[in-house]
Design a protein around this ligand. Structure first.
Ligand code: A3P
Length: 330
């Protein structure tokens, strides 16, 4: 059952298959059931929680592992005993209904209430659907944003390979999917027809809160540019003292290659941890969750005209926001 979450060979799905449902207008995968989404709004927040909030494919898993290292004092030995999915629960995933046959994956509700403080919680929910107490108790929030072209490519691969997401046979179909029921053919993931809705709304809603004292707004591209700096920023924000040695260890531990091989951090190996593995399997590079980890992979996928259309739309939507992204590494 749990292998539904992890890398799989392409499972044939029809492009018309409706694998998303809408909660208050925003599409979510059905693995986030309506009841779970409704419960989230009244979820009891603790003021010493740490929320990691991202749009999908922004580098969530990477940042989860960095935070785990920082908060544990770079205690690798301890971390590798438990998979990241259990160390750093996914708020809106209703484990119980989908993975009820696996005792090691308890319902997030039961589970999170029992987790001792300080809890670390991951979520992709849009701002309107987050627990209300997040805005009254104001726990620390780390938001990670990534340039939308690379998000599109990373998201496409996830759609292609993960059977919980709608199927797109090729990148162009994913990118240019006409918004259902709308006349204009725009770029789907930036608009309304993908899991978690609009990248713009998600990212800009937290960009507007970037100066609030409980919020740290990070960018994937900056983390790629200087991981050491990002580790220190996160440690400072969390008031965690780290020796230079611990910082170095964290940088090494969270490098792309190291995380790819780390069974306790790479979602490809979740089933292995859940005792559901039938041994080793070969994972096609593009199907691997920790896939490529670069800035600028979009250039291998966008056509010139798609890029122009994307840029024109991006310019209009980002105008006046002062939020900029590196779309390629220098
Ligand atoms: P790519 O598909 O472009 O390779 P999320 O965890 O939010 O779903 O994000 C997944 C993306 O983060 C994937 O991007 C993945 O490869 C990348 N990623 C994961 N670990 C990383 C690391 N240690 N360094 C850089 N990128 C990483």
């Amino acid at each position: 059952m749990i292998s539904k979450l992890t890398s799989l060979p392409v499972v044939p799905r029809s492009e018309d298959e409706d694998l998303l449902h809408r909660y208050k207008g925003v599409p979510y995968i059905r693995t986030f059931p309506m009841e779970a989404l409704e419960c989230m709004e009244t979820f009891e927040v603790r003021s010493d929680d740490l929320f990691l909030i991202t749009y999908p494919k922004a580098g969530t898993t990477w940042t989860q592992e960095i935070i785990s290292m920082v908060m544990s004092g770079a205690n690798e030995e301890e971390l590798i005993k438990t998979h990241l999915f259990f160390r750093f629960p996914f708020l809106e995933m209703n484990w119980a209904s989908h993975y009820s046959q696996c005792d090691q994956v308890p319902s997030v509700y039961k589970f999170l209430h029992k987790v001792p403080s300080p809890r670390t919680i991951k979520t992709h929910l849009t701002m309107d659907h987050l627990p209300h107490q997040l805005f009254t108790k104001k726990p620390k929030v780390i938001y990670v944003a990534r340039n939308p072209k690379d998000v599109a490519v990373s998201f496409f691969h996830m759609h292609h390979h993960f059977n919980i997401l709608p199927y797109y046979s090729d990148f162009s179909r994913f990118l240019s999917d006409c918004m259902k029921g709308e006349e204009k053919c725009l770029i789907s993931f930036l608009q309304i027809s993908v899991h978690c809705g609009s990248w713009y709304e998600h990212t800009l809603s937290w960009w507007q809160k970037r100066n609030e004292p409980n919020v740290l707004f990070l960018k994937y591209e900056d983390m790629k540019q200087d991981l050491r700096k990002a580790v220190k920023q996160i440690a400072n924000f969390l008031d965690c003292k780290m020796s230079e040695e611990a910082v170095e260890l964290t940088v090494r531990h969270c490098s792309f290659e190291s995380m790819k091989q780390n069974r306790s951090a790479n979602p490809d190996y979740l089933e292995f941890f859940a005792g559901d593995s039938e041994g080793e399997k070969t994972i096609e590079p593009n199907a691997s969750f920790i896939r490529k980890g670069t800035v600028g992979d979009w250039k291998n996928y966008f056509t010139v005209s798609q890029n122009e259309a994307f840029d024109a739309d991006y310019k209009t939507k980002m105008e006046g926001t002062e939020l900029t992204f590196d779309f390629q590494m220098n």
